[in-house]
Design a protein around this ligand. Structure first.
Ligand SMILES: [Mg+2]
Length: 363
């Protein structure tokens, strides 16, 4: 179970239908993929994914350099391994690029640990459940007209989802924002949860006004209404509105999450695996949220998030965005609106090796 080999590469995985997000055309999902091999011949895989190429090569090089220090370590000591690697880079951390470089290595070590012990990670890490309600957010952008948005949400519901999330924050008035929610509500019916992500678009005053109108339109949560570091603003919105406030995907470090939770600024905590630095710190932050009676959701990478979420007592929903489907032989399956955690050892994911070769960027 000693690590004998580490490989890290950048992959550019094209998207089938390019779209515009935050003023940029997205035509590919960029990955940093790490693979660790052990003395027993077990291979663990881990990756981060982002719809932009920026700094992906730099993250890959940082992960390669950190990965050299994995040689000789045991995959059965993943938390200690994370700590040793994080200390190597502590002068440029915590957070930022360091965490993005640690994440694929940490996930690969956990995957190899699960495979070595013959157990799926959702069971090895806690075993609370083997499936979790999922929500769809793919393609529900502010660039769509209300009718297009409604049709797209309907397709998700027809595919089996019982919750969807729209991006808002680009309309001139709260009423126009609410019109988008109502168009979706009409298309999906009364039983589907409709969440909205305002992607930090509003001032606090705008968020108060929009929040009131949107909660009347029946949304299930309001995500990132103001800048992610405005904990006092989030806390104020939480006190003044009835709708649950969701935030957290932009934060990197346990201490930032502690401050957010102590400010009583969120009803739902969203965790981004890459930004927090992998599964090891993810679990510590989720435990902290549990102590504050706050449920946790995953941000993207549903095929990995489903394992850590199923392993904790305070999991809420997994976000379904299949950005890595193009490099995997299959995604976890959806059953009655729930994402089922794979039962094979480790992550239970298998790389499509031909696709990995095809999309690999020379670096
Ligand atoms: Mg978001």
């Amino acid at each position: 179970m000693k690590i004998t080999q580490v490989a890290v590469n950048v992959l550019r995985v094209p998207v089938a239908h390019p779209y515009v997000a935050a003023g940029r055309t997205v035509d590919a999902n960029w990955h940093v993929l790490a693979r660790v091999t052990t003395s027993d011949g077990v291979e663990g895989l881990g990756y981060i994914v982002y719809p932009r190429p920026d700094l992906m090569t730099a993250i890959c090089h940082a992960a390669r350099e950190l990965g050299e220090h994995l040689i000789g370590m045991s995959v059965l000591e993943p938390e200690a391994v994370w700590d040793r690697l994080a200390r190597r880079g502590d002068w440029v951390g915590p957070g930022g690029l360091l965490h993005c470089a640690l994440c694929p290595l940490d996930v690969a070590v956990w995957d190899a640990a699960g495979k070595t012990m013959g157990q799926p990670l959702h069971r090895l890490l806690g075993g609370y459940r083997d499936r979790l309600p999922a929500y769809a957010s793919d393609g529900l952008w502010y660039s769509l007209t209300p009718d297009e948005l409604a049709a797209s949400a309907r397709r998700h519901v027809d595919a089996g989802f019982s919750a969807v999330k729209l991006r808002l924050g680009r309309e001139a008035t709260p009423e126009l924002e609410a019109r988008r929610v109502r168009a979706v509500r009409e298309a999906v019916g009364p039983d589907v949860r409709v969440m909205v992500d305002a992607t930090e678009s509003w001032s606090l005053a705008q968020a108060r006004r929009s929040g009131r109108v949107l909660q009347d339109a029946g949304i299930a949560w309001l995500e990132d209404p103001v800048h992610h570091l405005d904990f006092a603003g989030l806390a104020q919105l939480r006190r003044r509105l009835d709708v649950p406030i969701a935030a957290g995907e932009h934060l990197y470090h346990l201490d930032a999450f502690r401050q957010l939770l102590e400010a009583q600024a969120v009803d739902v905590l969203i965790l981004d695996l890459a930004r927090v630095g992998g599964m090891t710190p993810w679990r510590k932050i989720a435990a902290l949220a549990h102590a504050h009676r706050v449920p946790v959701c995953g941000h993207v990478v549903p095929e990995i998030q489903v394992h850590v979420l199923c392993a904790i007592p305070n999991a809420h929903l997994v976000e379904f965005v299949p950005r890595s489907a193009g490099i995997l032989t299959s995604m976890p399956r959806l059953e009655r609106g729930e994402l089922v955690a794979p039962d094979a050892p480790g992550l239970g994911l298998e790389l499509d090796e031909a696709a990995v070769r095809r999309y690999q960027v020379v670096s």
